[in-house]
Design a protein around this ligand. Sequence first.
Ligand code: SF4
Length: 362
Amino acid sequence: MDRPQTNLAELTAAELEAAVAALGAPAFHGRQILTWMYARGVTRFADMTDLPAALRARLADCCTIATPALDSRQTSSDGTTKFLLRLADGRQIEAVYIPDTPAQTFCISTQVGCAMACAFCLTGKMGLVRHLTAGEIAGQVRVLAHETGLAAATFNIVLMGMGEPLHNYDATMKALGILADSRGLGLHPKRVTLSTVGLLPAIEKLATEPLMPNLAISLHATTDEARSALVPINKRYDLTALLDACRRFPVSRRARITFEYVMLAGVNDSRDDARRLVRLLHGIRGKVNLLPLNEAPGIPFRRPDEARVDAFARVLAEHGVRVSVRKSRGRDIRAACGQLIVEGGRKSPGQRLADQLHSSRA
Ligand code: SF4
């Protein structure tokens, strides 16, 4: 019978030290392992050449480093690259590299599927298949950083792939802790943006975290009636409660909360919506990111035309609200935000990427 192996990808530096000490080796070798995994992208114990040979053999015997396997990658004409990754249980997730200048960004998933059931999102239709572990979340960054050659460079991550990160709170925060370790990738929390539909208790908890990422709220509507239809969690945590929580959220002097607003023709894109949005955001250090919908089969909404988007943006700007219109990246390979879905998140014998689409992340 196979002996259970300890998966070192799930461990923080302190936990790695403890794991190594439990094998009778000096604890500092745990920190070296973290550097091999994250800074150097090495996962074979035999290749960790500054560890004693006896320890390498012992590790190979009783430990593993589970790493998302790269099933496929597709690069768009604009350089955006979509990675289809396979987890240890055979389920697949997607992560995206967006080579914007000057920032380089990885868009990372936190769940297989999603329980939030947003009306414009095919991932929501999958339901929640399962949460990702901390090691699987951090592992996506580890894989993408090395596949793109950016491990030693400065990059950002956005938790805007499949899933609602605050619904998988502990694993997400543990992953951010692992990624922040300066002996690994040294990803400062200010380079991380966490996007949520508004799980209020988790937002309150996030506000107390020492490693607090930037906050983005998937807002998408300006009345409770419209938002509850688009983002069902609004029935539990309505606009007033959500925006009050945003007012209380500790935003550093140079930062702002991002409000994502997917624009759906004839649904939430009127001048009245824009004016209401101005009023809703009063007193919040925020900025609005308008996301004209990336249309796709199975999504019962249309993308507004440019004039409509411009008119909406102009109302916000005229009232002093910072606003940007997100340029859609990677649409030709369905890697644009909101175009990530893996069929059912089921165990897959091969590369079954359903060419459909999810979400708000237009
Ligand atoms: S838009 Fe985001 S939160 Fe809503 S169902 Fe899709 S993945 Fe989940």
